[in-house]
Write a protein that binds this ligand. Structure first.
Ligand code: ADP
Ligand code: MG
Length: 315
């Protein structure tokens, strides 16, 4: 009898400790925004170690940016871009993995996605508001240097180019990879859930304490409407949602919209009838590459998403 009483008391104490742990965890919230990778990165985390996790996640995003930003002359991508043909460049595991994955999607999309688009993207300026269309001649010349097959992965984290002029732009892939790595960091901490949003690359994990069923809901931004206007809202469970759209980086000239997703065949913004492509998948890196690829490919790109187990939403 006495033994049962002790067991019951121990159980009650155990329950109390668990409830306190649960309450203290739920009350811990971290919310921060920073401008990195040319976009606003918003992180919301819940759980005991949210503060430390948030700081570590931002450090990780900055680390990926410093490896892959083509505008940072110290980055590994800049080193490759400056290299001569056949000059072997040793890179980190991160850069090598991103190049390998991105080049696979370049091949699978038949060049609709092409990470060597840099000479063309460098001609276009969607930021300053100048609304200048590059000359036909300059686009034609830049296109001569575009071709993902000019980048060779030589094993052992070594990369070389077949042409001096080939240059890599990971603008459509690096944010996705940073998202995957941010999630990896988050998982090392005691957290109950969170949402990582790297400017349209969204990753959710664990439980949403503000949702009715603990699930995370992500709205697909209605193009050209006020931020936060959603026609479609999807419930996701440990997945990533990545959107490539025309409506955030563009200029208008003579009634025509010129946006930042370039068709590598023409060197001009991809002319499609829609304004955004959203991919829901497991890997944010692959989803990022696929969203851009499918934006250029149109309807026929849907088969490519299927190959990678991604769901596609076109707006
Ligand atoms: P966002 O940057 O808004 O997330 P994307 O993921 O589609 O959108 O990336 C667009 C960026 O990718 C461009 O700013 C440019 O740097 C690069 N890019 C543009 N067109 C292509 C393309 N066809 N293939 C690969 N990269 C591209
Ligand atoms: Mg992309």
């Amino acid at each position: 009898m006495k033994k049962i009483r002790y067991v019951l008391i121990a159980l009650m104490i155990g329950c109390l400790i668990f409830c306190f742990w649960l309450i203290s965890n739920k009350n811990n919230k971290y919310e921060k925004q920073e401008f990195i990778m040319d976009t606003t990165c918003s992180i919301t985390l819940y759980g005991k170690e949210c503060e430390a996790a948030g700081n570590a996640i931002f450090d990780e995003i900055r680390r990926i940016d410093s490896l892959m930003n083509m505008h940072d002359e110290k980055s590994e991508i800049s080193r490759i871009n400056r290299a001569k043909a056949n000059e072997k460049i040793k890179v980190s595991n991160d850069t090598y993995y991103v190049l390998k994955t991105a080049l696979e999607i370049c091949r699978e999309s038949d060049g609709a996605f092409d990470i060597t688009i840099a000479p063309v993207t460098s001609l276009w300026d969607f930021k300053s508001g100048k609304a200048e269309i590059p000359s036909e001649e300059s686009i034609k010349n830049a296109l001569l240097c575009v071709g993902y097959y000019n980048i060779v992965l030589d094993g052992n984290n070594t990369v070389y180019k077949l042409k001096d002029e080939s240059c890599i732009d990971l603008g459509a892939a690096a944010k996705g990879y940073a998202g995957d790595k941010a999630l990896e960091v988050a998982k090392k901490y005691s957290l109950t859930g969170g949402i990582i949003d790297l400017g349209g690359n969204i990753l959710c994990f664990g439980e949403n304490p503000t949702g009715d069923n603990g699930k995370w809901k992500v709205g697909i931004q209605t193009p050209f409407k006020q931020t936060g206007t959603y026609e479609k809202i999807i419930e996701i469970d440990n997945k990533t949602v990545v959107t490539s759209g025309t409506y955030q980086r563009y200029f208008e000239k003579s009634g025509k919209i010129y946006h930042h997703i370039i068709d590598p065949e023409t060197g001009y913004p991809s002319r499609q009838k829609y304004n955004s492509v959203t991919i829901v998948a497991d890997s944010s890196l692959k989803a990022d590459c696929l969203a851009t690829a499918i934006f250029v490919m149109g309807e026929k790109g849907k088969n490519l998403a299927k190959k990678y187990n991604g769901d596609v939403y076109i707006e």
